[in-house]
Design a binder for this molecule. Sequence first.
Ligand code: AMP
Ligand code: MG
Length: 649
Amino acid sequence: MPNSPVPKNRDSLEQDQFLTVLSREDALARFEAALFPRLILSETRTLADALGHALAEDLVAPIDVPPFDRSNVDGFAVRSADLASAGEATPVRVTLNHEVIACGVAPLLPVLPGTATAIATGGPVPRGADAITMVEHTQPASHGEIEIRRAASPGQFVSYAGSDIARGEALLRAGTMIGSREIGMLAACGIADVAVARRPRVAVISTGDELIQPGLPLRPAAIYDTNGAIVAAAVGENGGDAVFFGAIADDERELEAVIGKALAGCDMLLLSGGTSKGTGDVSHRIVARLGRPGIIAHGVALKPGKPLCLAVCDGKPIVILPGFPTSAMFTFHDMIVPVLRRMAGLPPRSDAKVTAKIPVRIASELGRAEFVMVSLVEGLDGLIAYPSEKGSGAITSFAQADGFLRIDALADQMPAGTVADITLFTPHVQVPDLVIVGSHCTGLDLVVAPLARAGLSVRSIAVGSLGGLAAARRGECDFAPIHLFDENTETYNEPFMAAGLELVPGYRRMQGIVFRAEDERLKGLNAQDAVRAALADPACIMVNRNQGAGTRALIDRLLGTARPDGYWNQPRSHNAVAAAVAQNRADWGVTIAPVAHAAGLGFIPLAEEHYDFALVTARKQRPAVQAFLASLASEETRAALQRAGFRPA
Ligand code: AMP
Ligand code: MG
């Protein structure tokens, strides 16, 4: 192992590394120093099997491409000097040589002064000729001659030997990922086999008692294994071959056995979950026993991703990624991809960057470099980057983001209005055709469905009604979906309009009390009686909503001064209310009818809420906005909304 970074006094390190949080840069530097330089193993593959592999060595072109001077058009090989005086009114006559140079035919006769030879596109230029005249500029004449009505410059319509690829020139560099274009270049040079870096075999293991593989039914308190699939795919994207060993329970013996098997057949091991110091977290204890130098960093000043654990055991990198999928992906891309690509013989990934304005303040933890995922939209003057609102447990924040920004370890915030560097996840910015910022609703998905089918990209950023209105006033979106009740006028939405905005009527959502359909305490009652019954029974627990939600205003009116058990349980969405009741964590709450019905709950209607769209007038003529308005008005969308339990306005 070359220049190991681990201090001589290894034992003391192994004890305190659990207490020491390294900076991102230190952790990465130590990890790389323990792994490199190393021999990149290579193998020979046929062109057809080389796709997706990294070239192991520089390749030099063995021949010229094209191998000979070649005609680019159908016409006649000529001597340009013969045609100096040729013009529409002064055609020049030349004698045709007795051969036709088709593709693949080597010429036998020279083109002597005053002669020409018929030649096809791709035919080799014969001796003596220095240009090609297009057939369109000629016409047959008597006695085996043709008339040429245009002068020709030397080299006209000729591709010279080696003009595409010159013999001896660097054809492809080591580390180039072989794609169809590279295969084309190799084939043109007659190369049938290439030496490629052997793709590292990367074992992927998820850990956690709660994990179920996709495709199997969920049991209570279980979740689907997300990291297994996403890490395996990301390994493939970065030059490795993932070998997935499934999700293993938090059982030290079982996990150790699987890890042993994985390490025996793979070059690298990626675990996820079980990296904190919780009772069930056993992965790092096993990894600590595996080999030298062992754990290099456990705890990195990175957000998300602090519990990352990096180890090298007998030359093989072993990584325990944090359990939360977004944290796992961030640390994977930031800390593991550089190492994986190097092992795969690939050059470092080049990240595309743009600058964009941050519309809202982002708070950040002092002392940790923080990565914040953002969605890009087109503002009035340049790009706007919305930070993802979801926490590190949210998988969609990764899928929906365009890139991320970095907040320095020494900053405790990024103020609103900052122009920040955004690292893109894909090489090109793809600004969506339609941007919707505000309150999210499943009905909205039905309205935008026809747009997606028509090839328009729609981005919906859920920031709540008030956040959406603010974004609309700043001109950062096309629409803000809102459902805001004005106490004074007792009307929805209209009183909240401002200059530059207009209200587009959306649909109505029936809000009501949800309860488990079999709950005898509430079954068959009207709303008033149901609330009275619930409040009278101390064992009947409610689930509330967050301050500021339209539904919360309704609940406040229902409760008056009562503060029943469950009042402080204040989730932020309709679905969370339904889940709490369905799973017996609460007995009643207020949500909208479609959500209640989808969860199979009893429902007592209370009041209709108006869900409308604040349209930014300046953006009204954009095609995607027009398509949205057309969809909203269409019979198809109205019917779909109705089927889902909404009432179109
Ligand atoms: P852990 O580090 O094991 O304590 O996990 C932290 C969080 O990530 C917990 O909420 C886990 O349920 C979740 N988690 C761990 N592994 C996975 C996985 N493979 N897929 C989805 N979530 C996971
Ligand atoms: Mg776990």
